[in-house]
Design a protein around this ligand. Structure first.
Ligand SMILES: [Zn+2]
Length: 369
């Protein structure tokens, strides 16, 4: 039976505050995806499931109570003492404390727990607010306060799933998830990410902590290289594990035009990857992740939702959708860098290219362990 796609979104109510000025996440991402999907007629009420906040007790299943209390207090006071900043890495330029930060992070965790439940009930959940893969038990890291992919995986295990594969195609290494399951034989972690980027872990191709598989790819990765690595290295490693469920972090920062990464993928490459990965298990959870160009993020995740929910991606966008995309703004993308197709279409042109020797070597490293 074809799994029914479910969009895991926010509960009704006021839109959350963004990360504050001068922060890469000071852009509307999920709200734009939902609006765009609505304008395309792709977000029927029966497909939409609202997340609710994970409870403190649930969060304490992975995060330390001390950190959770500190984050909640910082949110309430909207200030952070130096010792707390030092200890938990909050109230920094990287991980600012903005109004509602605790609730927003807890909602992302609740959404990923819900997504895991939906996947086990035969649905195909897409939770674009999820994918905060850098969060640590006792501190924030890389714009991630909590770590919702960890909770999706834990939920699947708690509900009796024997083997979970975690595949991270965000442009950055999924370090928080890798470390969380370093001693868990029921979880296989794979991450493809740009070499030489923050957080600089996962830098060795092949096996990382606890048997995680890492593919640190050279700058400028094109669609041909990505597809090749998928076929030669990622899919075989997932398939041999025979996962009962797969969690995918589909960050959109590997797309050409992202201001914080140097990969050069089209959104077609990410959509095809999600399709191919999810074919390898009976249950899949699809999460968002990074993505700092509001146009490429909105188009990628809206199109991904369209694909997951069985829609035909139109060749060009209707006028109201173009107006929405035209109205976006981003400090990190210059006005003259905004490409006309970011306004008028959802699907990119494919970005084929030659498969460089360094990329071939990576696959070999993963094949030989
Ligand atoms: Zn990223």
């Amino acid at each position: 039976m074809q799994a029914q796609a479910r969009f895991v979104g926010r509960p009704a109510g006021p839109r959350p505050a963004l990360h504050g000025h001068n922060h890469p996440l000071a852009i509307a991402r999920v709200a734009t995806v939902m609006e765009l999907a609505r304008l395309l007629g792709w977000l029927d009420a029966d497909k939409l499931q609202a997340s609710s906040e994970a409870t403190f007790e649930q969060l304490a299943g992975f995060h330390t109570r001390r950190y959770l209390a500190a984050l909640r207090r910082a949110d309430a006071l909207q200030q952070v003492e130096p010792a707390v900043r030092q200890l938990h890495n909050i109230g920094t330029l990287e991980n600012p404390v903005f109004p509602g930060v605790f609730r927003q992070a807890a909602l992302a965790v609740g959404g990923s727990i819900l997504a895991a439940d939906l996947a086990l009930e035969g649905h195909l959940p897409f939770h674009p607010a999820g994918g905060t893969h850098h969060g640590r038990p006792d501190r924030a890291s890389g714009f991630c306060y909590l770590n919702d992919p960890v909770f999706a995986i834990r939920r699947l295990l708690e509900r009796g799933v024997d083997r979970v594969a975690y595949v991270d195609i965000d442009a950055h290494h999924g370090d928080g998830v890798e470390d969380a399951f370093a001693t868990e034989a029921r979880v296989r972690v794979l991450s493809i990410h740009e070499a030489g980027r923050w957080p600089h872990t996962g830098a060795e191709p092949g096996c990382g902590a606890g048997g995680a598989f890492n593919l640190p790819v050279p700058r400028g990765l094109n669609d041909s290289e990505f597809a090749w690595l998928l076929d030669e290295a990622i899919l075989p490693r997932v398939e041999e594990f025979r996962p009962d469920a797969i969690v995918i972090t589909c960050g959109a920062d590997g797309l050409a035009g992202d201001p914080l990464a140097g990969m050069e993928l089209s959104n077609l490459a990410l959509w095809a990857a999600v399709d191919a990965i999810r074919a390898l298990a009976p249950a899949t959870v699809v999460l968002g992740g990074g993505g700092y160009n509001p146009w490429t993020v909105a188009r990628c995740w809206t199109g991904l939702w369209g694909r997951l929910s069985g829609r035909e991606v139109p060749a060009t966008l209707p006028l109201d959708a173009r107006a929405l995309l035209s109205g976006l703004a981003c400090d990190l993308v210059e006005e003259e860098e905004i490409r006309p197709e970011w306004i008028s279409t959802l699907a990119d042109e494919p970005r084929h290219g030659t498969i460089r020797p360094a990329v071939r070597d990576l696959a070999a490293a993963l094949t030989t362990g």
